[in-house]
Design a protein around this ligand. Structure first.
Ligand code: DQA
Length: 144
C-alpha cells in the first residue's frame, strides 16, 4: 500500500509560480520532502502532478480501487470541478485535502471547496509543511 500524493494544475511550477503566494520551494523540493517524510514514517509514498483533469480522475479511481490513502491538492479544480469531487466521493481509505496558501485569505472564489466536505481533514495556509503533516496523520490513521 502506497500513499498517493496527488497535485493538480500549475503545482508543477512551484518555486517559479507567484512565489509571494506559494513560496520558493520547487515542485522537485516538494517531491523530495514527501518522499523523505514517507521514509521517516516507514510509509511508501508516490507523488504525482498533472495539469489534465482526466488524468487526475484516473489516479483517484486507482486510489479507490486499491484503497490507497490520498493527500490531495487539487489546486484550482478544488473550486469548480464536480468531476474531481465525484471521484473523491469514491475514495475508500482516509484522505486529506491540502492547500499551500491560506485560501480563506485570498479571493472569495477560493474560499469554497467542493472537496472539503468529503475529506477526512483539510490543511490550508501552512505552506508545503502541510504535506508532511498530512502524511503523519495518515500514517497514524491508516491500517498497514
Ligand atoms: C492552491 C490554492 C488554489 O486556490 C489554487 O488554485 C492553486 C493552489 C494552494 O495550494 O494554495 O493552484 O491549491
Amino acid at each position: 500500500m502506497s500513499v498517493l500524493v496527488l497535485n493538480g494544475p500549475n503545482l508543477g511550477r512551484l518555486g517559479l509560480r507567484e512565489p509571494e503566494v506559494y513560496g520558493s520551494t520547487t515542485y522537485a523540493d516538494l517531491v523530495a520532502l514527501c518522499e523523505r517524510t514517507g521514509a521517516e514514517l516507514g510509509l511508501p509514498v508516490t507523488v504525482r502532478q498533472t495539469d489534465h483533469e482526466g488524468e487526475m480522475i484516473g489516479w483517484l479511481h486507482e486510489a479507490a480501487d486499491t484503497s490507497s490513502p490520498v493527500v490531495l491538492n487539487a489546486a484550482a479544480w478544488t473550486h469548480y470541478s464536480i468531476a474531481v469531487r465525484d471521484a473523491c466521493a469514491q475514495l475508500t481509505a482516509p484522505w486529506v485535502e491540502v492547500h499551500i496558501s491560506n485560501v480563506h485569505r485570498r479571493e472569495a472564489f477560493r474560499s469554497h471547496s467542493h472537496l472539503s466536505a468529503l475529506a477526512d481533514g483539510v490543511i490550508v495556509g501552512l505552506g508545503v509543511s502541510g504535506y508532511p503533516l498530512a502524511l503523519r496523520w495518515l500514517a497514524e490513521h491508516t491500517a498497514s
